[in-house]
Design a protein around this ligand. Structure first.
Ligand code: FDA
Length: 303
């Protein structure tokens, strides 16, 4: 996992990797395609199967102001397209896509433009969570956007791998901010994060109890059936109705589970990434599951 996460951050590999046809074929398992219309087609199919979505235009760690402006334009086009095709979905946005790496005010201003447009259209923007060095500033920006646009139009993500998460969940819930809870996809050190999967899972369960007890509409983002069972058990024992929260999963992962939960009457949202900068996202998906590396090698060997 460490090696794959290291490779995911190598800027030099990004362009070379995205030009390899065999890798592109494998990436298609996790990414809807390189164009917005590829994502729209995938979403039509998911909506028809009773699943809602969150679109994500892939491009993280953007380093120039002009590129951040291009990202904002893409999101404005995306929000318009969602309305135009009547897709059941919202959008997810990363703050490093908006300039957080080099200018915090620019990141806030860019995110604000996207959230303002989503609010105008009655839609919602989930601000994805990235590495722990950005946790505090990301939550500060979400809070500023929430004060201006309210809980219907912007929400946060918390990662159960971080020690701070249960306390963050309590604070954000008290402020009325909607949360997506996930385990955390980044490699973090013992000074900020649990290193043992059992501790990450225990933190996930503790935090999901906070969320489900809050009366707000949150997203439980996991493919782990034990985490899903923990949510269902808590909801049953504390009379939390099935429509009072949603499950969220990633495009291409556990489609069987997505459909089963939807058929049982639980709202399920699928995260649908698209775009040509898929390399870091794809590498994180490989790192999560070593078996995926064999899948890649098999595809290479098949040419
Ligand atoms: P876990 O890793 O324990 O996996 C449980 C089971 O799920 C595995 O046994 C396997 O069956 C299946 N599975 C999981 N990952 C797989 C993969 N890559 N390929 C194939 N099967 C796989 N992270 C973050 O840091 N910031 C964020 O903003 C988000 N956003 C986000 C949105 C949504 C909707 C989801 C579902 C996830 C995220 N994540 C994220 C990613 C998250 O933190 C985490 O890395 C992955 O969801 C994998 O963790 P699981 O909870 O699935 O458990």
């Amino acid at each position: 996992r460490t090696a794959l996460m290291f490779l995911s951050r190598r800027e030099g590999l990004k362009d070379a990797a995205t030009r390899l046809p065999a890798l592109g074929r494998v990436a298609k398992r996790f990414i809807a395609g390189e164009r917005m219309e590829d994502a729209v087609s995938a979403v039509k199919e998911l909506n028809a199967r009773g699943l809602s979505v969150s679109f994500d235009h892939l491009n993280e760690t953007v380093r120039t102001e002009s590129e951040t402006r291009e990202e904002v334009r893409e999101y404005l086009r995306l929000l318009a397209r969602i309305d135009q095709v009547g897709a059941r979905g919202n959008v997810s946005l990363k703050l490093t896509q908006c300039g957080l790496l080099f200018d915090r005010e620019l990141a806030l201003a860019n995110a604000r433009t996207v959230v303002a447009e989503a609010a105008r259209r009655g839609s919602f923007v989930r601000i994805d969570m990235e590495q722990s060095e950005f946790t505090q500033v990301t939550l500060d920006i979400v809070r500023a956007l929430h004060r201006e646009f309210g809980q219907a139009h912007v929400g946060a993500v918390l990662q159960s791998s971080l020690y701070r998460t249960e306390a963050d969940a309590r604070a954000l819930c008290a402020e009325g901010i909607r949360i997506r809870l996930c385990k955390g996809a980044y490699l973090e050190g013992p000074e900020v994060a649990y290193q043992d999967k059992r501790d990450v899972d225990a933190s996930f369960v503790r935090t999901l109890h906070v969320l489900l007890g809050s009366g707000l509409y949150h997203g439980i983002a996991t493919h782990d059936e034990r985490m899903i069972d923990a949510a269902l058990t808590y909801a049953r024992e504390h009379q939390v109705a099935p429509g009072a929260y949603e499950f969220q999963m990633l495009h291409g992962i556990r489609r069987d589970l997505q459909e089963r939960l939807a058929q049982e009457g639980h709202p399920v949202r699928v995260y649908v990434p698209y775009g040509k900068h898929w390399y870091p996202y794809f590498m994180r998906r490989l790192a999560e599951r070593p078996a995926n590396v064999w899948f890649v090698l098999k595809n290479f060997l098949q040419g």
